[in-house]
Design a protein around this ligand. Structure first.
Ligand code: PGA
Length: 249
C-alpha cells in the first residue's frame, strides 16, 4: 500500500554506543500518525537496534544482502539471517553499492528476488549521474535500471517494493533535485509501472526521493503529488534533524 515513508540510511556510521545514543533520542520523540519511519544501521548494530526499538514505531532496515540463502560466501549476510534479528526490509541498489562495489542491475534483480522470496520488503534505489542528466538521458537511465531489476517480477510482488529515486549528483553533495525535478521523475516512474503492469499497481507503490534532503527542504520536496517521502543519509544521523524531516509532510 502507498505510504508516507521516511527512512534513514546510516551507511557505515555509528558504533554500538553511538547507536544506543541516537536510537534512545529517536525513541523520545512523539511520532506522527501516518508516516512509516525506518532506520538502517550497519549489520553489526541490527540486533542491538531491533532490541532497542522493540516497542517503538521506528523499524530497523538493512543496507544490503547476499542473494544466496547460505553457503561459502565469506563476509556476506543472507535474508534469513536478517529476519532472524527482526529485520524485514532491505535497501538494495544504493548508488554507493553500484559505484564502489560494482553492483549491476542484473545482480540486483537476483538480490531483489531473494529478499522477496524470504517474505521481506525491498527499498530499491536508482538514479542518474550528473553527466546523464546533462545529456538529457536521465529518464532512459532510470527506466533501464527499473526494467532490468524489477520488471521480471509478478504484479503481486509489488506489494513488497518501495522505490527510492536518488539522483547520484544529489547524494551527500548538498545539492538537491528541485521539487519539480523530483516530482517530474516520480510521475514518470509511476507511468512506467502503469504501462508495464496496471494503474492500480503504479498508484500503490511508495516512491521516495533521496539526495541531500534536510529539515529546511523536506517539506517542499514531499509536497510533490508523487513524492511519498525520503531516503535520508547525512541528516538521519542527528535525531532532531531526522525527526524534523519525518514531520515535514
Ligand atoms: P544524503 O544521502 O541525504 O546524505 O545525500 C542520501 C542517501 O545516500 O540515501
Amino acid at each position: 500500500m502507498r505510504n508516507n515513508i521516511v527512512a534513514g540510511n546510516w551507511k557505515m556510521n555509528n558504533d554500538s554506543s553511538e547507536t544506543e545514543v541516537l536510537l534512545t533520542q529517536l525513541k523520545s520523540f512523539k511520532k506522527p500518525e501516518g508516516v512509516r519511519i525506518m532506520v538502517a544501521p550497519a549489520f553489526t548494530q541490527l540486533a542491538q537496534s531491533t532490541a532497542l526499538l522493540k516497542d517503538d514505531a521506528v523499524a530497523v532496515v538493512a543496507q544490503n544482502i547476499n542473494a544466496a540463502a547460505s553457503g561459502a560466501y565469506t563476509g556476506e549476510v543472507s535474508a534469513s539471517m536478517l529476519k532472524g534479528v527482526g529485520v524485514h526490509t532491505v535497501i538494495l541498489g544504493h548508488s554507493e553499492r553500484r559505484s564502489l562495489f560494482h553492483e549491476t542491475d542484473a545482480g540486483l534483480a537476483s538480490k531483489v528476488k531473494s529478499t522477496l522470496d524470504a517474505g521481506m520488503e525491498v527499498i530499491f534505489c536508482f538514479g542518474e549521474e550528473l553527466k546523464e542528466r546533462k545529456s538529457n538521458t536521465h529518464f532512459d537511465v532510470v527506466a533501464q535500471q527499473i526494467r532490468v531489476a524489477l520488471f521480471e517480477l509478478p504484479v503481486s510482488a509489488w506489494k513488497q517494493i518501495i522505490l527510492a529515486y536518488e539522483p547520484v549528483w544529489a547524494i551527500g553533495t548538498g545539492e538537491t533535485a528541485s521539487p519539480s525535478q523530483a516530482q517530474e521523475m516520480h510521475s514518470y516512474i509511476r507511468s512506467l509501472i502503469a504501462s508495464k503492469y496496471d494503474q492500480a499497481t503504479a498508484d500503490s507503490v511508495s516512491i521516495l526521493y533521496g539526495g541531500s534532503v534536510k529539515p529546511n527542504n523536506a517539506q517542499e520536496i514531499f509536497a510533490g503529488e508523487d513524492v511519498d517521502g525520503g531516503l535520508i543519509g547525512g541528516a538521519s544521523l542527528k535525531a532532531e534533524d531526522f525527526m524534523a524531516i519525518v514531520n515535514a509532510f
